[in-house]
Design a protein around this ligand. Structure first.
Ligand code: SIN
Ligand code: FE2
Length: 194
């Protein structure tokens, strides 16, 4: 479900909180299990963080760069995730993981399913900040038709229930300038990992 502009009014505050997170757990380009450097830079906050390296994808309680726990999830992040899930019909969402994706011009995320979580009962809440992008939303099989959806600053997409394992991705980011983020798009993806 698309919640257009759901957090537009708080975008600046979310980005300020993000600066605090990134000061402790800096953005980095993770390596895929196949050995490729991801074009999207990532970090995490919350109890668990999604990581990728030569041995696979998984959730980790610590940041492999520092060896320390991930920064706590800012209060405003957790509240937004819960409210957006509620609005989309998923009451009681309590994310333990927030993956933060940073896209610069040309960066993309290929079609994938979010399936590293222990159970698929909780929805995914995906927040867009800064430059707009084209969100690809397919079906439960990789070959299913893909919808192209414009996502802009403040938009929140929520999927869960029968749609929980929908293939999704982001087309290469078109260059531009956004008053809050400059030449970047930021995505916050909230999940219940464990
Ligand atoms: C993701 O699937 O992890 C991110 C999607 C997005 O950047 O909107
Ligand atoms: Fe994803």
């Amino acid at each position: 479900m698309m919640l257009r502009g759901f957090c537009a009014a708080e975008a600046a505050a979310l980005l300020r909180d993000l600066d605090g997170v990134a000061a402790v757990a800096p953005f980095r380009h993770m390596i895929t299990p196949g050995g490729y450097r991801m074009s999207v830079a990532m970090t995490n906050c919350g109890t668990l963080g999604w990581v990728s390296d030569g041995s696979g994808y998984r959730y980790s309680e610590t940041d492999p760069v520092s060896g320390a726990a991930w920064p706590a999830m800012p209060e405003g992040f957790a509240r937004l995730a819960m409210n957006a899930a509620q609005e989309a019909g998923f009451g009681g969402f309590a994310p333990d993981a927030c993956l933060i994706n940073r896209y610069e011009p040309g960066a993309k995320l290929s079609l994938h399913q979010d399936k590293d979580e222990r159970d698929f009962g909780a929805p995914i809440v995906s927040v867009s900040l800064g430059l707009p992008a084209t969100f690809l939303f397919g079906g439960r099989k990789r070959k299913d038709a893909v919808r192209r959806i414009r996502v802009a600053n403040g938009d929140v997409v929520v999927w869960g229930g029968p749609a929980r394992l929908t293939y999704h991705g982001i087309s290469p980011l078109t260059d531009g300038e956004h008053p809050l983020t400059g030449r970047r798009r930021i995505n916050l993806t909230f999940r219940k990992a464990w």
